[in-house]
Design a binder for this molecule. Structure first.
Ligand SMILES: *[C@@H]1O[C@H](CO)[C@@H](O)[C@H](O)[C@H]1NC(C)=O
Ligand SMILES: *[C@@H]1O[C@H](CO)[C@@H](O)[C@H](O)[C@H]1NC(C)=O
Length: 449
């Protein structure tokens, strides 16, 4: 078989399951690119027929040159770079795969990609990705039977496994906590009973409510950004409720809500938190943020109780204990990172990382309220629960990297061949993708209740 040349941009934690999948085929030659060569070399060293290169994706000429030498480019770098990657790939007629949402900047290349015959496959990790595959599958089945989707609720979360959820947030960070925290201030929009419902970022955590999936999990969920385009994207104009949301463990929203209320998600530069500023204890940072008369624990606690919109006595006690656990009342020096948000992130990252032997999990559930052709109502669910391997890939890395590898192979094999900016929104695309990920042992349990 002819050699296939694959360029991988990015060596983040989701890259390895993708590399592992693609390296199984003897004709695949993988080039792993990172800004810093040793990082690329480290990933490449574990696999045959791989080469490591140093590449600065901000150097447009270098990016174009590298892409032109390959049959396909996988972009696992931050999404802001994808449009430039696509532009370069269209020039050299190289196909593209990303796991990111199609942004307007990427969509702007749709005509050019079609004209050049270039396939740009996106949204093929998890949330977005695997979730789309099984949403479209049930929607297509119901439509084919002459039925309607009255309501579509979908919740997904990357979380520590229950035994590893041993901290006040019930959450752990496998990479930067900044993005996770800022996402908690996103505005949200969805359809509920035919009406558009909107939440502003400051209220998002107030919208959280219990999401029963399995009795052993205390899940809560809140909406994830704008679900309203899914009426069109999923072709369910008949649906009166459409919501895609995020899962966390109970207690998380109130804790975060309090951090928002007291102003710790603020990234305005503060002189006293500048990296060169004099050392400052955590209780002094907290006292400044609260405008406290002094940094005594009783004074700080009192002000947190006043400022937090969480009013339940047990809840607020638990939150204060959690902040204590983080060391926010202590004389321990804070790691100064310029502003309140990043200073908090430094502490979260040091205290809430996965320890050796701990594992994560990914939980995904779609719930469809269906009306069949004869008027019968039923509920259908599609559920995926995957645990990470403490000795190997996390569940999140595997559920992002592996489907990306499957999609890349399907493009290389000519199975996915429609030119343009694509996302897994049709069964023509999704059927081989589902087959590919099921062959890797990811199972979606579909039930009719
Ligand atoms: C590496 O590439 C060579 C040449 O194409 C091929 O014969 C060999 O099987 C590949 N090795 C692996 C482990 O895929
Ligand atoms: C801290 O300030 C509060 C409010 O002004 C006051 O009641 C308290 O005695 C002070 N505590 C200390 C240790 O100075």
């Amino acid at each position: 078989m002819a050699t296939k040349k694959i360029l991988l941009l990015g060596t983040g934690f989701v890259a390895e399951p993708c590399v592992e999948y693609l390296c199984r085929r003897p004709e695949n030659k993988l080039t792993i690119a990172a800004r810093r060569l040793p990082v690329a070399q480290e990933l490449a060293s574990g696999y045959k027929n791989t080469t490591a290169i140093s590449l600065d994706v901000n150097d447009e000429v270098a990016l174009e040159t590298a892409i032109a030498e390959h049959d396909i480019v996988i972009s696992l770098i931050p999404y802001i770079h994808h449009a430039l990657v696509i532009k370069a790939a269209i020039k050299s007629k190289t196909n593209v795969v990303t796991t990111s949402y199609v942004s307007p900047a990427m969509m702007a290349y749709d005509e050019a990609a079609k004209a050049a015959g270039v396939v740009v496959m996106n949204e093929i990790g998890v949330d977005p990705g695997v979730d789309h595959l099984y949403a479209i599958k049930t929607i297509s089945e119901v439509h084919a039977e002459g039925g309607k989707i009255l309501s579509f609720l979908s919740y997904c979360g990357g979380l520590p496994a229950p035994e590893s959820s041993n901290n006040p947030l019930g959450y752990k960070f496998s990479w930067s906590s900044r993005g996770v925290l800022l996402a908690l201030k996103n505005n949200a929009k969805f359809y509920e009973n035919g009406e558009i419902v909107e939440y502003s970022g400051n209220d998002l955590m107030n919208s959280a409510k219990p999401i029963p999936i399995y009795p052993a999990f205390a899940f809560v969920g809140y909406p994830n950004r704008d679900s309203s385009p899914y009426k069109e994207r999923y072709n369910i104009p008949e649906a009166h409720t459409i919501l895609r949301g995020t899962l966390r463990y109970a207690g998380f929203p109130e804790f975060v809500k309090t951090l928002v209320d007291i102003g710790f998600l603020d990234d305005t530069p503060q002189d006293f938190l500048a990296t060169g500023a004099p050392e400052i204890a955590w209780n002094e940072v907290l006292a400044k943020r609260l405008g406290a008369a002094n940094s005594s624990e009783s004074e700080l606690t009192q002000l947190i109780k006043e400022k937090s919109s969480v009013k339940g006595e047990d809840d607020i006690e638990r939150i204060i204990k959690g902040m204590k656990w983080l060391g926010m009342f202590s004389k321990t020096p804070a790691e100064r990172r310029g502003n309140y948000l990043d200073t908090l992130c430094a502490t979260l990252e040091s205290k809430m990382m996965y320890a050796k032997g701990e594992r994560d999990m990914v939980m995904l559930q779609h719930k469809f309220e269906v009306e069949l052709k004869d008027g019968t109502r039923q509920t259908r669910t599609s559920t995926i629960l995957e645990y990470g391997n403490p000795e190997g890939a996390s569940a999140m890395a595997r559920l992002v990297g592996m489907p990306c590898g499957v999609a890349t192979q399907l493009v290389l094999d000519g199975v996915i061949k429609t030119p343009g900016i694509l996302a897994p929104m049709t069964m023509e695309l999704n059927e081989p993708l589902i087959k590919g990920i099921e062959a890797e042992g990811v199972v979606c349990h579909e039930e009719i209740l």
